[in-house]
Write a protein that binds this ligand. Sequence first.
Ligand code: NDP
Length: 492
Amino acid sequence: MTGTSRQAAGSASKPGPELDLPPLLSLVGGKWLPGETSFPVLDKYTQSAVAEVGQASPEQVAQAVTIAQQAFERGAIAPVDRARILRKAAELVEARRESLADLMVAETGFTAADSLGDISRTIVTLNLCAEEATRIVGETVAFAATRGQEGRLGFTIRVPLGVVCAITPFNSPLNTVAHKIGPALAAGNPVVLKPANLTPLCAAALCQILLDAGLPPDMLALLQGSGSKIGQALVEDQRIAFYSFTGSTRVGRAIQQGAGLRRTQMELGSIASTIVRADADLDRAIPRIANAGFRKAGQVCTSVQRLYVEKAVFEEAVARLADAAKAMPAGDPRAAATMVGPMIAESEAIRAESWIREAQAGRADIRCGGTRAGPVLSPTVVTGAQSGMRVVDEEIFAPVISVMPFERLEEAVAHANNTPFGLAAGIFTRDVESALACAQTLRFGAIHINETSSCRADGMPFGGVKESGFGHEGPKYAIQELTEERLITFNR
Ligand code: NDP
């Protein structure tokens, strides 16, 4: 962190005792500017304020877009320079890993292991963006296929498309931000970022890192504040060419309505399913399912919410999953033994708990967990849940897995498909043929065989169908969406 930024932070902050806080302000034109009002950032476990962040003013929002638009009109920096800056940023994330992890533990409540995992993935994402920056190519057009056009040559190039607005959620405050900013910058677009106001610190630290890595200051703005004010103002600004959004379907729909004919990438809500067949290797499946359902306190868009298990191994799988859940202590994310930290807010833990109680009242069984202490909800395994209960029908975004038996695979597929969403699904089986058949009938953006719905490598195309949105993360794929394809033809 630079001396200047520490000073800027000091002027508007209430620093936590051990945190290396980033500037608690908005970044416009390379300068950290104080906001007109401020909002506190709570430690999600202790609920004490760790910082006070300035909310951007309407003038700062407009100024940020003006500067970004001017940067676009000036012309993009060379791809090799974009790559160099993104690679340097990855190195700086590595060098600042410990202080970033402290920020993430505080502002999200994630355990150190979950936070360090997000940070390691951020490094991968930025390096992938650096590589892809130098591989932005179009294709040759087959004019010779048309009689009379044989003498003509044609090819496409991919060019930056304009100002990109990135709006991000709380549940991956560094890597999701990197997945939004990184490909946009790699493609040569200036970016205006609005992170979740529950988790503004990691985003600010990443912006500082990009500046320290040599990014021209007019290429990146950070506007702190709420979605209803700052997000809304950004959606209304017609100079923005592209909205890159990750968050709930409700907010995604509003942004899409505001975007009109402008392009968007929508990574939205989800109810993810994983299927376990009787021939599955449970030693492999159960630890993965427990991790996929309970890490980050279940606040992952691909978390296993519904687990369909073939009847012959149902009781064994439930018993093993309950044992795995009991072996994952929940509580203080700074305690070495803790594997499940608090949820993002006590109100969210209360909501999830009330859904569990509703299921119980409908004769579902709580096989383990189901207890809450403040914002901490213990990892919970539910059986006997069914359609009509919110634990099954609505996105729970909490450490709760509902396990349901099936007899025929088609039944499990039909149930898994029976949601408005379609982000990811998993299936464990040794029968490759049935797995591949399933992959053709499960209607999700990704089907993972012998993995859970929640497995992800940052280079792969990642995106949903139905109300889980459209467009793809994964730098190579995102860059396709973040560039315009232009045809150039030449005739003799
Ligand atoms: P939200 O939709 O509540 O918020 C996401 C972002 O949108 C925040 O920065 C928020 O601002 C902002 N926002 C809110 N209202 C508006 C508005 N009117 N205009 C513009 N921006 C607005 O999501 P959460 O942060 O609660 O994240 C959880 C959701 O994200 C879940 O549904 C989850 O499934 C989804 N998600 C999807 C992923 C995917 O890849 N498909 C990955 C990760 C999460 P603020 O909160 O600061 O006010």
